[in-house]
Design a protein around this ligand. Structure first.
Ligand code: F3S
Length: 302
């Protein structure tokens, strides 16, 4: 039996970097406690470092706490705050500094780049449009660098409404717009929405800030799914990028299984279908140890 494991399975560069840092800090804290130090600061992440129940539970066991809101952050007296790969708005940095807290910034550099663009362009007087999901933490963070003259456009309805008129942009001398995108937004949808917006009378500059990691993972998964008899997609059941990965693989290979952990995998199903080549991929929030466990067990069982 041949196993084809996608190179792009699991954490992207930005998420891996943030998760590794949280584990590193948890480890340091444990060592200081073991050495008998009394004043060891607690470790907090601003929002869960990753949308994966297993990882969040594991980190909780190691004493890493999750801050859910800025109000919670304001109640802290000490501690180390880790900013996750999604990034946060400028006001969160201000709160951290005002409180005199220590912090480690693990904002993905690709997201940080968008913060810088949005801040620069908004200070230059441009109106900012962020194409993305308004409720996604990354978009909320980007919005937090854009000043007051900004909006989020998620779908065709939003784009068409924007074209009908925007009171903040009625002044002809003030009609420059800068468009950026959420890093994980679908490229075709981004292009479509930009085309609608370009029909307005405004002077628009478009910056495609979509990250390639998602696209690469999807392309590789599709490629592998086309070459195997069965495909395993690993990821949290609430993860939208894993669901998308599953849909892509299922189209290419009817025999595709969506599992969260090894426990969900029914080896007999694979055996009954006399599978000779199995492909494995995983969503962006799936830790390496789960991927390895699945891979090793598939290997052992055949
Ligand atoms: Fe990941 Fe950073 Fe891209 S978090 S998806 S590498 S923008």
């Amino acid at each position: 039996m041949e196993i084809k494991l996608a190179k792009s399975a699991g954490f992207c560069f930005g998420v891996k970097r943030a998760v590794d840092m949280v584990y590193e800090q948890a480890q340091k804290r444990e060592e200081r406690l073991d050495a008998g130090e009394e004043q060891v600061p607690d470790i907090y992440t601003f929002g869960p470092v990753i949308h994966n129940e297993e990882v969040v539970k594991d980190l909780k066991k190691r004493g890493v706490k999750v801050l859910r809101t800025e109000e919670e952050l304001k109640t802290l007296e000490d501690g180390i705050v880790i900013i996750r790969s999604h990034g946060v708005g400028e006001h969160i940095y201000e709160t951290i500094r005002e409180k005199g807290l220590e912090y480690i910034d693990m904002t993905c550099p690709f997201v940080k780049k968008i913060h810088n663009i949005v801040k620069r362009e908004s200070e230059a007087g441009k109106y900012i449009i962020i194409i993305g999901d308004p409720n996604h933490p990354e978009v909320i963070g980007i919005r937090g660098w854009a000043g007051k003259r900004a909006c989020v456009i998620e779908n065709e309805k939003d784009a068409r409404e924007f074209c009908l008129g925007n009171t903040e942009l009625d002044d002809e001398s003030d009609n420059k717009i800068c468009i950026v995108s959420q890093t994980t937004f679908n490229y075709n949808k981004f292009k479509y929405l930009v085309e609608i917006l370009l029909k307005t009378r405004y002077d628009i500059s478009v910056l495609n800030t979509i990250c390639n990691a998602t696209k690469e993972r999807q392309t590789e998964a599709e490629h592998i799914a086309n070459e195997v008899d069965a495909m395993i997609v690993i990821g949290d059941k609430h993860s939208s990028n894993t669901q998308k990965l599953f849909e892509i693989c299922k189209k290419a290979c009817e025999n595709t299984y969506y599992i969260q952990t090894l426990d969900d995998l029914n080896m007999n199903q694979l055996k009954l279908k006399s599978v000779e080549a199995v492909g494995i991929t995983a969503g962006a929030s799936t830790p390496n140890n789960i991927i390895e466990e699945v891979q090793n067990n598939v290997r052992l069982n055949f």
